[in-house]
Design a protein around this ligand. Structure first.
Ligand SMILES: Nc1ncnc2c1ncn2[C@@H]1O[C@H](COP(=O)(O)OP(=O)(O)OP(=O)(O)O)[C@@H](O)[C@H]1O
Ligand SMILES: Nc1ccn([C@H]2C[C@H](O)[C@@H](COP(=O)(O)O)O2)c(=O)n1
Length: 226
């Protein structure tokens, strides 16, 4: 790639593999924008729940998919997310939204809407962007300069998540992660998948700092044309 070209980095992988933490830190270190696409699917799910849409009814979800206005702020030091002007950064992380987001994000009309939004945000990032999610390398930005697919054992991911959610036991966290990954991987439209040209990084035995360093090095090598 030309050194002046805004670099586009796609980071995908299952839940709890470190996508958000890694993407934010890499973007901050390299002066790039950052987009959390999971937050966008959570935001549209939050809107469906708040507006009385039955999240078990794909037809109702499809009919409403165009209604909410979702805006993502892409500063890695302080990413933001609003729906119809309301800050939903906190409410999108509730257990209720987490349990419903896979069903809502499987609806093709939802994916078409959010994918279009993601592409327009990536195209307007003047210095480049790190975009993290499940289908970024395969579907949203298939021409990304660098694609990373993060993995980690279910045990490591559950331990990381249980550390965040005080009082929630590792076993039930592990079961919930596995269930959500299965739903996200088996949907018909742009499932969670590794792109053929993605670099897979198993983070099970790595510290977060090691993962960040690994990805920064890969971006710098790409920029240097290696
Ligand atoms: N390599 C690592 N070692 C230890 N802890 C880590 C590592 N990577 C991330 N973490 C921690 O694991 C938790 C989950 O990380 P993060 O939210 O970045 O994952 P994610 O892949 O974005 O998850 P999700 O897809 O569910 O949003 C965080 O508490 C984070 O600090
Ligand atoms: N590109 C994406 C990003 C996210 N999703 C869906 C599937 C996830 O379970 C959910 C929440 O994501 P998280 O906040 O855990 O990263 O959103 C998707 O389908 N495609």
């Amino acid at each position: 790639m030309e050194s002046a070209t805004p670099v586009i980095v796609a980071i995908d992988g299952p839940s709890g593999t470190g996508k958000s933490s890694t993407s934010k830190a890499v973007a901050a270190q390299l002066g790039l924008s950052y987009l959390d696409t999971g937050a966008q699917y959570r935001a549209i799910t939050w809107w469906m729940v708040n507006n009385g849409i039955d999240t078990d009814d794909p037809t109702a979800i499809a009919a409403a998919a165009g209604k909410p206005e979702i805006v993502s702020g892409t500063d890695p030091q302080g990413p933001t997310i609003t729906v119809d002007g309301v800050d939903v950064a906190g409410p999108i992380r509730t257990q209720e939204v987490t349990s419903k987001v896979s069903a809502v994000s499987a609806v093709p009309e939802v994916r078409a809407r959010i994918t279009e939004l993601q592409r327009s945000i990536a195209a307007s990032a003047a210095h480049g962007i790190v975009v993290e999610g499940r289908d970024i390398g395969t579907t949203v930005l298939p021409d990304a300069h660098l694609k990373i697919f993060l993995t980690a054992s279910p045990e490591a991911r559950a331990a990381r998540r249980s550390g965040e959610l005080k009082g929630v036991d590792v076993h039930s966290t592990r079961e919930a992660l596995i269930k959500r990954d299965a739903a996200d991987s088996s949907r018909k439209t742009s499932p969670l998948a590794k792109a053929d040209d993605a670099v897979e990084v198993d983070t099970t035995e790595l510290t977060l700092a090691q993962v960040i360093e690994c990805v920064v090095t890969l971006v710098e090598e790409k920029r240097a044309g290696k």
